[in-house]
Ligand binder design. Sequence first.
Ligand SMILES: C[S@@+](CC[C@H](N)C(=O)[O-])C[C@H]1O[C@@H](n2cnc3c(N)ncnc32)[C@H](O)[C@@H]1O
Length: 172
Amino acid sequence: MNNMIQLEYYPREPQLDKRLAAIATRVRPNAPLFDIGSDHAKLPAYLLRHGHRGEITISDVREKPLLTAKARLGEGNAAFVLSNGFENLRFVSGADIIIAGMGGETIADIILGCPFLQSFTDNERFLLQPMTQQHIMLSRLAECGFMVTDTEEVAVRDKHYTIYLMMKGATE
Ligand SMILES: C[S@@+](CC[C@H](N)C(=O)[O-])C[C@H]1O[C@@H](n2cnc3c(N)ncnc32)[C@H](O)[C@@H]1O
């Protein structure tokens, strides 16, 4: 039944390039999922289509991507939140948090500016894919107790991307 609802909202299979596909494979199927700066929302749409069972939150700082996301996923299948970073989001224990396709400095600003930054532990996983300034992102996050637990390099045509799986250390 759930599949039928999803098909109604997905006339076509959302196609992921290798960059988004590499992120998608690392999302835990039962985890509450946040896609911050979702834009086209292809990634959460794909995950929903492929049986993601955790609650999905899609957010963006701009209104237009949220309209696209609603059209893609169907209004009842996710929460759609207009938010600058974590500003209008709430802490959810055990979440997988995707922040992809932005500059590394912006990603660090979003995480370190989170109003509930202190609540994160090694229960929450961050899937980060900076387009630039990855070293700045890594050093700023490391200073605040975040550690890289895995990385994956992906090449799409002539571009290379690194996906970082990060979490906040149990102790600072
Ligand atoms: C280039 S798109 C990346 C889309 C998708 N995450 C991906 O990797 O393909 C960047 C998106 O991040 C959003 N964005 C930029 N800064 C943001 C912020 N501080 N909070 C939330 N969204 C933000 C932009 O509006 C845009 O939709």
